[in-house]
Design a protein around this ligand. Structure first.
Ligand code: MRU
Length: 351
């Protein structure tokens, strides 16, 4: 089993390349890979070497720097350099469609390019500095989310989470698991139930690894078990991450989250979303406008390279679902916990 500690950086800019944990290898191997070209970053995001909305955002920002370094070598006139780089940035933003942090971070880099008054070498430097700033900011934001969230965790609570919204889904510390970490620091009697999260098993492969390495008591359950444990009174609250939140609070997160939210509502268990403001897309009114990523059928039909079903069966594999805002007790952000009416509280948070 791989060794992981929450103080580790999931993704980091080093000299002239991006260094990241290869999450496809977890939990067997904890290995860093160096991503040295723009196309390699696009592929790393698409194939989920790096995953989790905030980590994907930082990866996208790094990807723009990698493209800038490549285009710099072509010795183009400044205007042509800028136009080519802006095109590559737009391409980078298409590597995964649902997590809005990717588009958000790429836009931050595009703003640097458009507003810079420097020569080409200067623009590349400014892009690097901005990427490193986004990295550092991410950890600080997660700690704030964790501390706000810890205030609503009851003493000795059992917290259910879905997928992995932890240190490995961010630069470090985590959003939903940031709440768990901050709560555990105050109250070591809390514990976590982690959904395994089919089909990519982020809950089993990554969440259980992160939490047990930090000594946080964790129980792994399969996705279909949540209502069973809720009915038995064994779950006190749910905290999940988010990939995109609409202006009305509707929240896209890993497929299966919606089912957990419905079960929580039925059993009167508070269901919280923990996410930075960069996950909120105020340009869309409701979750109906969120593009849901369709992923390869093989993720469903195969486990560890082995087929687990009839080869002739039909398959559909949406990567995310949208939890309607009325099922959400609060959205835990770096600016505090937003409550319904979300149209108002979200607009307020951006003021
Ligand atoms: O497909 P993934 O693994 O990138 O999906 C991750 C999630 O759904 C997370 O819950 C979300 O990105 C929030 S991460 C802090």
């Amino acid at each position: 089993m791989a060794e992981f500690h929450s103080k580790i950086k999931t993704i980091e800019w080093v000299d002239n390349y991006s260094k990241m944990v290869d999450q496809t290898l977890l939990p067997y191997e904890f290995k860093y890979v160096n991503i040295t070209s723009g196309q390699a970053m696009f592929d790393a995001i698409r194939t989920m070497i790096v995953r989790g909305a905030p980590a994907i955002g930082v990866a996208g920002a790094h990807g723009v720097v990698l493209y800038a370094q490549e285009i710099e070598k072509e010795n183009l006139p400044r205007e042509d350099f800028i136009n080519k780089l802006l095109e590559k940035a737009d391409y980078m933003a298409t590597s995964r469609p649902t997590a809005v942090n990717l588009m958000w971070a790429v836009k931050k880099q595009k703003d640097v390019i458009k507003n810079s008054e420097s020569d080409i070498a200067g623009i590349v430097q400014e892009l690097k500095q901005n990427a490193i700033m986004l990295e550092n900011e991410d950890i600080a934001i997660n700690k704030k989310i964790g501390d706000y969230g810890a205030q609503v965790v009851p003493k000795g609570a059992t917290i259910l989470t879905h997928c992995n919204a932890g240190g490995l889904a961010t630069v470090g510390y985590g959003t939903a698991l940031g709440v768990v970490r901050s709560a555990f620091a105050n109250d070591p009697t809390i514990q976590v139930f982690a959904d395994e999260t089919r089909p990519r098993q982020q809950g089993a492969r990554i969440t259980t690894l992160e939490l047990t390495m930090d000594g946080i008591p964790t129980t792994l359950i399969t996705d279909g078990m949540c209502s069973y444990f809720m009915k038995k009174g064994m779950i006190d609250m749910v905290v999940v991450g988010a990939d995109r939140i609409a202006a009305n609070g509707d929240t896209a997160n890993k497929i299966g989250t919606y089912t957990v939210a419905i079960a929580a509502k039925y059993h009167n268990i508070p269901f919280y979303v923990a996410a930075p403001l960069s996950t909120i897309d105020t340009s869309i009114k409701t979750g109906d406008e969120i593009v849901i990523e369709e992923r390869s059928h093989e993720e469903v039909t195969h486990i560890n390279g082995k087929i687990i079903c009839s080869p002739d069966v039909n398959v559909i594999n949406p990567g995310f679902d949208v939890t309607p805002h009325e099922l959400i007790a609060g959205i835990i952000t770096e600016k505090g916990i937003l409550r319904a009416d979300y149209n108002k509280s979200i607009a307020e948070a951006f003021r």
